[in-house]
Write a protein of this length. Structure first.
Length: 460
């Protein structure tokens, strides 16, 4: 469900280059942190060299911390292995205009070794593997991600110089659903919306949120891979546009003690013609358009069964866990409910629109990894025909049920100890992302925070 006028075929790209409309082609991969990394290539060079063979990048792009520091512990990339290259193989289905950058087109790439085999730790490849498993069962996953962000009137450089303190939010009060509040920053929001439309994304709406300067732009759902591709392109584009407008925005999960930035993931499963009606949801009960089918119940049951051990995929940073506060609209309890925003899993819609919303992820997620976890958990629920527990009615924050891990240490321990994780994703993926978490924890544990300075400087 893309807005095709923003997408490009290779032939259309050639025409735009020859007519002087495009002089730059961006080729990007998604790293572990969910960021686009890659190269801006001269358009003629792209056509002559890269379109057929791809381009190379240092394999440390999937083995560094958020500051791009080389760190120990990764099997695929190290000083001992020489930090060689891997191949960024263009996926022409993702080729599109990048309207926020003059004369530019953009496309995503899959990450491969020189022999053409997949780099298994690549987030896009991890999702592809789980989607292939689901397709073999006669089904496809459709996903929508709801990203929140906070806008500041400071530039990124000013925010850096201020140490990210005393920044000026774009709104001074809660503007949840406020038309006046969104109008205050409509020039920025409008440019982001229109730029994403021009890049082939299907924009639905924009609304204010609760934190100061917080907003959300919603996009129409699509097949899982397309949605994740759109998600990372949108985040990159939104930041580039904000910078060009002399502002800054952040998708970090918890900027301050107020409401965090969530990224609720909506997911449904449809038939692809192999035993199920093609394009029709398999999650709805034929006799009750508001109820789950037996398969739908097992799919949701799989989410609950594996949510704790897969939390590392939905909460990938130390900061992610600061969202999980009772009464904050971020979940703390592993439970499901019909249109119940206190639960980790919320069932919404009816008929062909019936879907599951996972409310655990924050704005800092890597969408490929989080979506891969949802698909894998659902497949296990279906294969084992897991029974779905009764829905929770009332306040899940007070329920005596298992809790979402509230620290990265706890999430890492569950991830590493999980036989489901090992058998589903493989030892290499399990170890790779466990090391990512250990690197994050080591960096945090060795840092002296502002909280410690305020608490201890004078008093001790």
């Amino acid at each position: 469900m893309s807005n095709n006028h923003g997408l490009l075929t290779l032939e259309a790209l050639k025409g735009a280059i020859h007519q002087g409309e495009i002089d730059t082609v961006v080729v990007a991969i998604t790293d572990m942190q969910g960021r686009l990394q890659g190269k801006r290539l001269a358009a003629r060079y792209f056509l002559n060299e890269v379109a057929q063979h791809g381009t190379e990048g240092c394999n440390y792009l999937l083995a560094v911390d958020v500051d791009m520091n080389t760190v120990d512990g990764y099997a695929m990339s190290s000083w001992e292995r020489g930090y060689g290259d891997f191949v960024m193989a263009p996926d022409f289905d993702t080729l599109r205009w990048a309207p926020w950058q003059p004369g530019s087109a953009l496309m995503l790439a899959d990450v491969q070794w020189d022999d053409g085999s997949d780099v298994t730790a690549s987030p896009r490849q991890i999702l592809r593997k789980q989607l292939a498993r689901l397709s073999d069962m006669g089904m496809d996953a459709f996903v929508g991600t709801e990203l929140e962000f906070i806008v500041f009137r400071d530039t990124y450089e000013e925010a850096w110089d201020k140490g990210y303190r005393h920044l000026v939010p774009a709104n001074q009060y809660n503007v949840d659903y406020s038309l006046l509040g969104t109008a205050r920053v409509e020039p920025l929001l409008r440019r982001i919306r229109n730029s994403m439309e021009g890049a082939g994304l299907y924009v639905e709406s924009v609304k204010g949120e609760c934190n100061l300067g917080q907003h959300e732009i919603a996009f129409r759902y699509a097949d899982a891979l397309t949605t994740c591709d759109n998600h990372v392109i949108y985040k990159e584009g939104a930041k580039e546009i904000a910078a060009e407008e002399g502002m800054a925005l952040t998708f970090m999960a918890k900027f301050n003690e107020r409401e965090g930035n969530s990224c609720h993931i909506h997911i449904s499963v449809r038939g692809n013609g192999d035993g199920y009606d093609e394009g029709e949801t398999v999650m709805v009960d034929p006799s009750d358009s508001h109820a789950l089918s037996p398969l739908g119940k097992s799919f949701v049951a799989g989410q609950l069964a594996h949510m704790r051990e897969l939390t590392l995929l939905s909460a990938p940073n130390i900061n992610s866990y600061k969202r999980f506060v009772p009464g904050s609209f971020a979940p703390t309890t592993v439970a499901w409910g019909r249109d119940n925003r206190t639960c980790a899993v919320r069932l919404v819609g009816h008929g062909q629109g019936l879907r599951m919303e996972n409310r655990v992820p924050g704005g800092d997620i890597n969408p490929y990894l989080a979506s891969a976890g949802l698909v894998a958990a659902g497949i296990d629920g279906i294969e084992r025909e897991l029974e779905l527990e009764p829905e929770l009615v009332g306040n899940a924050y007070d329920a005596d049920l298992p809790k979402v891990p509230h620290t990265m240490d706890a999430a890492l321990e569950l991830w590493e100890a999980s036989e489901f994780v090992r058998s589903t994703f493989g030892d290499d993926v399990r170890d790779h992302y466990a090391n990512m978490a250990r690197v994050e924890l080591a960096g945090y544990n060795s840092s002296v925070t502002d909280w410690e300075l305020r608490r201890n400087f004078e008093r001790f």
